[in-house]
Design a protein around this ligand. Structure first.
Ligand code: NAD
Ligand code: ZN
Length: 341
């Protein structure tokens, strides 16, 4: 299977898209000169207000109404092009998968997080009743254009958020990358992420290609840090990447407690999450929750493999993780243990 990713220094020329393309973009991009000139070449375009509120059934309804008014061509060549971060990609991916029972999809990520992670692998989703990605499909894009000039328009804050998924990938598959991030005095710069983008993306495709629809369980490895990460994200509304880092720290603590991970590797992981995370800490995240709420949010998690079991990703060593079945009661008692610590 050939991978859909194309690396470019500039935004792709209009000729790379079918005539019947509709551009969906994060409205913050409208103020960026490089994007504005490029976007003007599309006849049909829809500006979206990004964030978790975009990934809702309400906004889905509104956008559907908007595109109906645009009278876009209902042809088989119709292609939806998303330009934005993960929220825009998830929303447009879902829309493309169900509109007229499925039309073309191209992603052009504009945040590091989406370039590293969310634009790849075909998962999309809308949130419902405060729970992340409750409604969604697997719908791989035909192309993902990773464009340096667009990604370079982001402010610094987006870098630390992307590092959540970068560190996750390193802990899962790449000890060398972990060491590179660890030995850096500062957080990675945009050009340092760009240099490693191809490698980071390749790690994700290697798993996704073996288990595209998450049927074998292998793809669940990519959920490292996400079980508790999604609990924090749903409860506090903090950025996804920050919550993944905190969830990773929770997983490292639990792995140490079960003696799956040794003390020195645990210390390296905890130090890393402390180094990178913005203003939030794991103890702050645990403090504001109780076990009843944690259980309630976990129950709505699509990662449940049975009525009250789920696959939790533990860390064996940096570069190697293991999947183990746990019960909700196991998680909540570990939550209490870590909270009391
Ligand atoms: N589908 C998947 O496999 C997958 C994987 C990981 C995360 N996600 C989802 O991705 C979302 C998080 O991604 P995100 O952080 O990219 O979210 P986002 O789309 O909310 O973007 C974050 C912020 O960056 C701004 N922004 C985007 N591009 C910019 C640019 N070039 N310059 C300045 N600001 C810019 C946005 O306006 C927004 O305020 C979550 O909804 C998460 O669930 C999905
Ligand atoms: Zn994620």
């Amino acid at each position: 299977m050939s991978r859909p990713v194309v690396y470019l220094s500039k935004l792709p020329s209009r000729s790379r898209f079918p005539a019947e393309s509709v551009l969906f973009y994060d409205s913050v991009l409208a103020s960026k000169a490089v994007f504005k000139t490029w976007a003007s070449k599309f006849k049909y375009s829809v500006a979206l207000k990004s964030g978790e509120s975009l990934k809702t059934v309400d906004s889905f309804n509104q956008v559907l109404k908007k595109i109906t008014k645009l009278n876009i061509p209902q042809s088989t060549q119709l292609t939806f092009v998303s330009v934005g971060g993960g929220s825009v990609g998830d929303f447009v991916g879902f829309l493309a998968s169900v509109y007229l029972r499925g039309r073309g999809l191209i992603h052009i990520p504009s945040t590091w997080l989406s370039a590293v992670d969310s634009a790849h692998g075909g998962k999309n989703g809308l949130n419902f009743e405060g729970v992340k990605n409750q409604v969604g499909t697997f719908y791989p894009p035909e192309r993902v254009y990773l464009c340096k000039e667009l990604l370079n328009t982001q402010p610094e804050a987006r870098l630390s958020e992307a590092m959540g998924e970068v560190v996750k990938t390193a802990v899962l598959f790449d000890e060398k990358l972990f060491t590179e991030i660890e030995t850096q005095k500062k957080i990675f710069s945009g050009s340092q992420i760009w240099k490693r983008l191809e490698k980071l993306v390749a790690h994700k495709y290697a798993i996704v290609e073996k288990d595209p629809n998450e049927k074998l369980g292998l793809r669940r490895l990519l959920n490292l840090g996400h079980t508790m990460g999604h609990v924090f994200e749903s409860h506090y509304g903090w950025p996804h990447g920050v919550c993944v880092l905190l969830g990773l720290e929770f997983a490292a603590n639990w792995s140490l407690q079960l003696r799956i991970l040794n003390k020195s590797e645990h210390a390296r992981i905890v130090k890393m999450t402390q180094k990178l995370k913005v203003e939030k800490t794991l103890s702050e995240a645990l403090r504001g929750l109780n076990s009843k709420k944690v259980e309630e949010l976990l129950k709505k998690d699509k990662k449940l493999t049975g009525e009250s079991t789920l696959d939790f990703i533990f860390i064996n060593k940096i570069g190697r993780c293991v999947r183990k079945k746990v019960t909700l009661a196991n998680i909540t008692s570990e939550f209490k243990r870590q909270k009391a610590h």
